[in-house]
Design a protein around this ligand. Structure first.
Ligand code: TRP
Length: 372
């Protein structure tokens, strides 16, 4: 039997049953028909789609229909600046970059600095500003097109957002927020208001283009709750409903659930050195191997629960190589040490390129920022 799991925008833990989550959240699977449609428009499918890392959606079929007609849509995603970026954060951004490349879409990247200020006890606006800067370097390092990408902090772009946030707020009552998010009377009023701000960028495409313009939001599935509210109010305030395309969570090193900065030894950060990455994986990555090498050779490993193998499904693009690793590990031909070594090398290769682009990004920040 599966253990209990929790998925909210603020907490993800336990052994996540994505089937149940899809039903509970009222979202749809990215089924073969929709993937065929996407392949036709994009020319190919990203391996995140083939491997069901992005696996669910709302209204993505309508976005595809727009693309097919030659109409533009925007992309929108975000990052609340509470600490360093880890590999799990990069997953939706890698995919967003691919979508931007394939569709030439403008990307709005929200940095809701007030979110973490409001929800965390010990974070000042000075802290969030520092992390916003650090995180923006990671965002720019993804390789988004500077001509088509706008990054903004809520506290610096609020003048353009506030009216729309109030339109959302006026249609949102406290009981809805309590039932969607589990907020209580003891939560502060900023926490109640916050989703109104996260909704706004979904409507900015229409405001910026001055005509109804669809918006597609690539994100991890926990964020869909915010956008359920956004979808519910959209028509009433004269905007098209935003669509979402939703990913699983990159697992943490030591356990189920997701990679998280707040749980020790579960995260690999974008700025970790090669040695730190090696050390974390060798020491902490949960292994699907057997007690002894002899037993492993005899019965084989369990790639499905092996965190190093799971990471390869996210970061090793070559599907033939991945298949061979799966087969060799499962048959017992490959030992845990060898598998971990491949994972260390794969992640270090990815991160060394990322770190170089992140360094370069320091001179390019102003090419991306939007301010009041
Ligand atoms: N709430 C998100 C977080 O905690 C940040 C965010 C804002 C976001 N807008 C978004 C994430 C849109 C995905 C899509 O990090």
């Amino acid at each position: 039997m599966k253990k209990d799991f929790v998925v909210t925008p603020w907490e993800v833990k336990g052994d996540i049953d994505y089937e149940k989550l899809t039903r509970d959240f009222g979202v749809k699977h990215l089924d073969d028909k929709i993937l065929k449609g996407l392949e036709k428009e994009a020319g190919e499918l990203h391996y995140f789609l083939k491997r069901k890392i992005f696996f669910a959606h709302t209204y993505f079929d309508e976005i595809l229909a727009e693309a097919k007609k030659g109409n533009k849509f925007y992309l929108y995603t975000g990052r609340a600046p509470s600490g360093p970026v880890h590999l799990g954060h990069l997953v939706p951004w890698i995919f967003t970059r691919w979508l931007q490349d394939k569709f030439g879409a403008t990307l709005l990247f929200q940095i809701p600095d007030e979110e973490k200020f409001l929800f965390k006890d010990n974070l000042t606006f000075d802290d969030t500003k520092k992390w916003a800067y650090e995180n923006t370097l990671d965002i720019i390092a993804m390789g988004f097109d500077p001509k088509k990408t706008k990054v903004f902090l809520d506290t610096e772009y609020a003048g353009h957002m506030y009216k729309t946030a109030c339109m959302v707020a006026k249609r949102t009552n406290i009981s809805t927020l309590k039932s969607l998010f589990g907020l209580k009377d003891s939560n502060n009023v900023g926490e109640f208001f916050y989703t109104c701000m996260q909704s706004v960028p979904a409507f900015l495409p229409t405001i910026m283009e001055n005509e109804p313009t669809r918006c597609l939001i690539p994100c991890a599935i926990d964020q869909d709750v915010h956008f359920r509210l956004t979808r519910d109010v959209a028509a009433g305030i004269g905007f098209p409903k935003p669509a979402t395309i939703l990913s699983r969570f990159l697992p943490g090193l030591t356990e189920g659930g997701k990679m998280s900065s707040s749980i020790e030894n579960t995260a690999i950060f974008s700025t970790d050195s090669e040695n730190v990455v090696r050390d974390k994986i060798m020491r902490y990555a949960f292994s699907g191997g057997r007690e002894s090498a002899a037993e492993h050779r005899k019965t084989g490993g369990v790639p499905e629960v092996d965190v190093s193998y799971q990471y390869l499904t996210y970061f090793l693009e070559d599907s033939n190589k991945l298949k061979k690793i799966y087969d060799d590990y499962k048959s017992g031909k490959m030992l845990t040490g060898e598998l971990k070594q491949i994972t260390v090398d794969t992640i270090n290769e990815f991160l060394s390129e990322h770190r170089a682009r992140r360094e370069e990004a320091k001179t390019r920040i102003e090419d991306f920022m939007l301010r009041d």
